[in-house]
Design a protein around this ligand. Structure first.
Ligand SMILES: [Zn+2]
Ligand SMILES: [Zn+2]
Length: 508
């Protein structure tokens, strides 16, 4: 960790008497004042290098529209003769340096150029600071201690914070699998329907994860298993593998299943959050309470909460709890995990996961990251402080739960390794680090926690003031037993409150 010392200016800013005066002027926040006069490598590459050697990702979103400056989005007006002739002329812009532009598109513009909406051109060293940042550094007034590298590329667009599907070795079928996992890359899965066979009528099962008394109703049809479709769950007794058999039922109509899941999400989100908060620490509980109470005024928070609940749908296994049990009964052996519950057939469990991942989680995350990216570029970074902070907190809490779920899976399957899905751990660790980097370097969102006097200078709302006055003493009383385990509550979220934050390195 000592290495980081060379990459940042020393942290002494908040100890200086000028600090509050500087923050007072934050309404007129000038990005020109930000870069430090120190020679540092780029942040994006340094963070990635520290976290399990995961590959670098660029700043750009897959959807190019997000990166296009507003002027490019303007529609071309067509002349009357164009519409008559059926030939459409596209206005093209000649690029001054096409090769250079292509390179920048690949790695994304740096933060300063993004804010200024200027071209980000390579400096002397293509791996170092861009031309603008280099030129800029010579002419700026330096504010010592602001923790940000000179030329920084926030790569929030590719942030991953949830499981994208099973690993190949634990998949109950290979239907839906498009790509295998690789180092730092999760396997790619598409949702798939099973084809109905025979004349048996549709069975409507009621499913539960035991977080609420309400059930998710899904219609299932009998299907013809293919080679590789698993029709059982494995469990272990005295070191030996046992099987609990399940009948061949699957989801034939994805559309109906998706609608049911969406309805369940709509109606049961609050109950899911409430159930999970019962055993949570006071900091987490209070944060989720404020988020829930104010979500209708804070659109990003509302979406983050929705994503958080959806992520729970792909964790705990679904049990059949209604009258229709597809002919299954509980196992008589008390050591069997299915002695007190009837599991949904494995293929159905995967089908539900993949509907949630592809139809709900992925589109939702894309919108959330787009909104976050817009907020990163705001010239008034503290205007939406609470909305930004709560959203980051919820997403990072999700990372804690996701890692904890992987550890549970390791235990349940008697695996002799630390994580079952290493690619998942790599990608979400990198995702969490990206979020924290953005939160600290772009928003400086930690300051309200460490500097109560800031309140006098900022027009915090009552909700913001109330939240801060509840949380500050809790943070002071926090003991450090969460700091060594990335699956533990507060491991990631507590990093939001640290004024001298540095990326953590996971030895996995
Ligand atoms: Zn630049
Ligand atoms: Zn730059």
């Amino acid at each position: 960790m000592d290495d980081f010392g060379a990459w940042f200016a020393p942290y002494d800013y908040f100890q200086q008497p000028d600090f509050l005066n500087d923050l007072q002027g934050i309404e007129n926040f000038q990005m020109d004042a930000f870069p430090l006069q120190i020679d540092v490598p780029e942040m994006a590459s340094s963070v990635e290098a520290t976290v399990c050697d995961t590959p670098t990702s660029s700043d750009s979103f897959p959807n190019s529209a997000i990166n296009d400056p507003p002027s490019n989005k303007r529609r071309q007006t067509s002349s009357p003769c164009e519409s008559e002739s059926l030939v459409r002329y596209r206005k093209t812009r000649k690029l001054r340096a096409p090769e250079q532009t292509a390179k920048v598109r690949e790695k994304g513009a740096c933060y300063l150029c993004q804010l200024k909406r200027k071209e980000c051109q390579d400096g002397v060293d293509p791996e170092g600071s861009c031309q603008r940042c280099l030129e800029h550094v010579r002419s700026i007034t330096i504010i010592p201690g602001l923790l940000r590298p000179v030329c920084w590329r926030p790569n929030i667009g590719y942030t991953e914070i949830f499981r994208r599907g099973p690993t190949i070795d634990f998949a109950p079928t290979l239907r839906g699998n498009c790509e295998d996992e690789g180092p730092g890359k999760q396997a790619v899965w598409k949702h798939f329907a099973t084809r109905r066979t025979g004349n048996e009528s549709t069975k409507s099962v009621e499913l539960s994860q035991n977080w609420t008394s309400n059930t998710l109703k899904i219609p299932l049809e009998r299907y013809q298993p293919k080679e590789g479709d698993k029709q059982h769950y494995a469990w272990f007794d005295n070191g030996g593998e046992q099987h609990y058999h399940t009948p061949p039922y699957g989801i034939a109509n994805l559309h109906v299943a998706r609608s049911s899941i969406e309805r369940f999400l709509e109606e049961k989100s609050a109950a899911y959050i409430e159930a999970h908060m019962r055993n949570a620490t006071e900091i987490t509980r209070e944060t989720f309470r404020v988020a829930q109470e104010n979500k209708h005024q804070l659109p990003l928070v509302e979406r983050a909460l929705k994503l958080w609940v959806c992520c729970r749908f792909i964790e705990e296994p679904w049990s059949i709890v209604g009258a229709e049990k597809l002919g299954m009964t509980t196992d008589a052996d008390p050591n069997c995990p299915y002695s007190d519950r009837i599991p949904v057939p494995p293929i159905v469990d995967l089908q539900i996961d993949l509907i949630v991942i592809n139809e709900l989680l992925k589109p939702e995350l894309k919108i959330i990251l787009k909104m976050m990216k817009t907020m990163l570029e705001s010239s008034k970074p503290w205007k939406d402080w609470l909305e930004i902070y709560l959203s980051y907190f919820i997403l990072l809490h999700n990372v804690e739960l996701t890692i904890a779920h992987d550890l549970w899976f390791v235990k349940r399957n008697n695996l002799k390794r630390r994580y079952s899905n290493k690619a998942l751990i790599d990608t979400i660790t990198q995702g969490a680090t990206t979020l924290l980097t953005c939160f600290h370097y772009a928003h400086q969102g930690y300051a309200p926690f460490s500097n109560p006097e800031l309140e006098n200078k900022q027009n915090w709302t009552n909700v913001e003031e109330g939240y801060l006055s509840t949380i500050r003493p809790l943070l002071n009383g926090l003991r450090g037993d969460h700091v060594n385990d990335p699956a533990k509550e507060l491991f990631w979220t507590s990093q939001l409150h640290k004024p001298d934050w540095r990326p953590v390195v996971l030895m996995c």
